[in-house]
Design a binder for this molecule. Structure first.
Ligand SMILES: C[S@@+](CC[C@H](N)C(=O)[O-])C[C@H]1O[C@@H](n2cnc3c(N)ncnc32)[C@H](O)[C@@H]1O
Length: 269
C-alpha cells in the first residue's frame, strides 16, 4: 500500500491496515485473531490480468467488480437496499500481475484528500478532496482496531459518557443463514477514513471488500461525481444494524442537506 497521509494530532497513530484490538481473553478475540492471521482460501491462477469468468476471484464475486478501463465501481447510484455482490479482489496468493483490474482497494487511497475543520463547528473535522473524483472511484479505507462485540460496546459507552465522538463502525453481513459481524474502531489507531462525516445526502458509500484475509476491509467509493473542494460524506446508517443501533450516534445531524433527518442515523428494528 502507498499512503502519504498523516494525522495532525500526535495522540492518534496512523495505520495503513486494520490491526487487532487488545486481547480480552475471550473466545471471540481468539476467533478474530485466528481470522486475522489466516489467508483467504480462494485465489486465481491467471496470467497477467484477470477476466470473468476465467478468474476464480471474479467468479466468486459473481462478475467484474470494477470497470476495467478506469478502475472504478460500475456507475451506479448505489442504493442501500440493493443486494451487493461480494467484492473479492485478487490477493497475494494469486498469480495475476499488480496491473490486474481486480486490484483496487489494495493499491491505496486516492491522492489529493485533505483533512480540515468543517465550516459547521459541531461536525468537527472532515475529509475533503482537492481533486475531481469520478462516480465509482475508490477514495480510501476506514481503517482501525478490530474489536470484539464486548470491547466495541464498552468503548462506545465510554465515549458516550465522556461526550467524545464515536468512531466505532459495526459491519453486519448476511451470507445465506450466516451473519458475520465485524467491529472497527479508528479512534486511536486509524487512517484518514476516520475523518469522514455522515450526511443524509452523501456523495460516497462504504462497502466491504476482501483480499488476503477473510476479515473485510471497509472501502469508501464515490457514488456520484465529486467536485474539487467538496467534503466526502457517506450515510452512517447503510451498514449499521438495527441489533446494534445503540452503537449509532443519536446526536443532532448538521449535514445541512435538504433531506436531513435532523439526527444522526438510527435504524429502527
Ligand atoms: C467518524 S467521526 C467523523 C470525524 C469527526 N468529525 C472528527 O472531527 O474527527 C464521527 C463523529 O463526527 C461527528 N459527525 C459526523 N457527521 C456529523 C454530522 N452530519 N452532524 C454532526 N456531527 C457529525 C459526530 O460527533 C460523530 O460521532
Amino acid at each position: 500500500m502507498n499512503d502519504d497521509y498523516v494525522h495532525f494530532n500526535n495522540n492518534i497513530f496512523y495505520i495503513e491496515e486494520n490491526i487487532p484490538g487488545p486481547d480480552d481473553n475471550s473466545l471471540e478475540f481468539k476467533f478474530l485473531l485466528n481470522n486475522y492471521n489466516s489467508q483467504l482460501e480462494s485465489y486465481c491462477r491467471c496470467e497477467n490480468v484477470c477476466s470473468y469468468p476465467k478468474c476464480e476471484c471474479l467468479k466468486r464475486s459473481g462478475g467484474n467488480n470494477y470497470v476495467v478501463e478506469h478502475g472504478e465501481l460500475p456507475k451506479l447510484k448505489i442504493d442501500s437496499k440493493e443486494k451487493q455482490n461480494l467484492i473479492l479482489e485478487c490477493n497475494k496468493q494469486c498469480t495475476c500481475s499488480y496491473q490486474c483490474g481486480n486490484r483496487l482497494v489494495q493499491l491505496g487511497p486516492l491522492k489529493g484528500l485533505m483533512i480540515k475543520k468543517c465550516d459547521i463547528v459541531q461536525k468537527g473535522f472532515g475529509l475533503f478532496t482537492n481533486v475531481f473524483v469520478r462516480n465509482g472511484s475508490f477514495i480510501c479505507e476506514y481503517i482501525g482496531e478490530l474489536l470484539t462485540k464486548d470491547q466495541a460496546f464498552k468503548r462506545y459507552h465510554h465515549n458516550k459518557t465522556n461526550k467524545e465522538m464515536n468512531y466505532i463502525f459495526c459491519l453486519i453481513e448476511h451470507c445465506g443463514t450466516e451473519v458475520i459481524e465485524t467491529f472497527y474502531d479508528p479512534s486511536k489507531f486509524g487512517n484518514i477514513g476516520r475523518y469522514i462525516n455522515h450526511s443524509c445526502e452523501p456523495n460516497s458509500q462504504i462497502l466491504p471488500v476482501r483480499y488476503d484475509m477473510p476479515i473485510p476491509k471497509l472501502a469508501i467509493f464515490a457514488c456520484e461525481d465529486i467536485k474539487p473542494g467538496s467534503e466526502i460524506t457517506y450515510n452512517y446508517s447503510l451498514n449499521s444494524n438495527n441489533k446494534y443501533s445503540e452503537l449509532i450516534d443519536r446526536k443532532q445531524c448538521f449535514c445541512k442537506t435538504l433531506s436531513c433527518k435532523g439526527y444522526m442515523p438510527y435504524d429502527e428494528i
